[in-house]
Design a protein around this ligand. Structure first.
Ligand code: DP6
Length: 335
């Protein structure tokens, strides 16, 4: 551990990650360090070009932590989600000062991809460096997880796996020349947050136990497919993971239904390309957008096909991206 950077600020950048094998459900927490432990293992790809940039400094003059996100100060509820990250960094650094945080999502306007994963990963990395903590990537991942489970994976570039307190690197961005093609069906805020939806699924869905019991097998298959760069095998796993997660959620009470007719229409378009021999694996998260994993050489064709689907508002093409990074900057850099 080195000295806290009291007279400076730190900027961190972290990328959005998309789960190829889903996290959906939490293990029981016995204490504050158990927050957001996963009930099932998951596997992800961190994306290039969709990032959160977060700058932080100590602010002993403030009564409380302050976070300004995209120009707006977070209200107490939103701040509450970040608090476990900030409190953990303070505890590890034996510090008391509030943090003053300015954060910007560099996600194309209206992409429907603004992510708590990149945000909490950047927040953990920036505050840990400011506090002088010298954490391993795994330790940093465990801190980011306290803010949002999926943030544990955004510490790592390329492919990452998460199945306990911390995520781990599986393969760097250069491992596989693939693209994630995102068909944006709805860019608005979610009807039900993933946190609420997975909690409700666990409490009320008769399929939750089945979801949990099959997850390890799909994860193992997905991991092997990524390591072998086997897109047909990974595609099958991605689709099953998505359908099983959404099936469990749809059977909750009240139901959690993220699908729209344009989501199905996008899948039909991908299926039509498949008939022509184009390999793609699709996934959906806690919203109606459809994301297709394809070989880089096929990305433009898939983008064109999805852009023609009625109800698809825009299409993004993302390459595998790097893990979180930090730099020390002037104390007034973001203010
Ligand atoms: C469908 O990480 O947002 O995107 O841990 O409660 O913050 P919390 O949930 P969050 O859930 C993400 C769910 C998902 C699947 C995934 O990313 O693995």
């Amino acid at each position: 551990m080195s000295a806290p950077l009291t007279g400076q600020a730190v900027t961190a950048r972290a990328g959005v990650n998309i789960a190829l094998v889903k996290y959906w459900g939490k293990a029981p927490a016995r204490g504050p360090e158990d927050l957001n432990l996963p009930a099932v293992p998951s596997l992800s790809l961190t994306l290039d070009g969709l990032t959160t940039e977060t700058t932080v400094r100590f602010a002993p003059e403030l009564p409380n932590d302050r976070i300004v996100l995209d120009g707006r100060e977070l209200d107490p509820a939103a701040l509450g989600r970040a608090r476990p990250v900030l409190d953990r960094v303070r505890a590890l650094g034996d510090l008391a000062s509030p943090f003053d945080v300015v954060s910007t999502n560099h996600v194309p306007t209206g992409a429907g991809l603004a992510s708590s994963a990149s945000g909490m990963a950047a927040l953990a990395a920036a505050t840990a460096r400011l506090a002088g903590l010298e954490l391993s990537p795994g330790q940093l991942s465990a801190v980011a997880r306290l803010g949002s489970g999926s943030a544990s994976r955004s510490i790592f570039g390329g492919f990452a796996a998460w199945e306990g307190p911390e995520a781990r690197a599986v393969a760097p961005p250069s491992h596989w020349d693939v693209r994630l093609v995102v068909a944006v069906v709805d860019a608005g805020p979610k009807d039900t947050s993933s946190r609420d939806a997975m909690g409700r699924t666990a409490r009320t869905s008769p399929y939750h136990a089945g979801w949990v019991s099959q997850a390890r097998g799909l994860f193992d298959e997905g991991l092997a497919a990524v390591l072998a760069r086997d897109l047909p095998a990974l595609a099958e796993v991605m689709e099953l993971s998505t359908l099983r997660m959404h099936a469990a959620a749809m059977a909750a009470r009240p139901p959690v239904l993220y699908w729209r007719s344009a989501s199905l229409a996008a899948l039909e378009a991908l299926r039509a390309l498949g008939v022509q021999g184009l390999v793609s694996g699709w996934t959906m998260d806690a919203g109606p957008n459809v994301k297709a994993l394809v070989h880089a050489a096929d990305a433009e064709r898939v983008r064109g096909a999805l852009a023609e689907v009625a109800g698809v508002q825009r299409v993004l093409v993302c390459a595998p991206g790097p893990g979180v990074s930090t730099e020390v900057v002037a104390r007034d850099a973001a203010w």
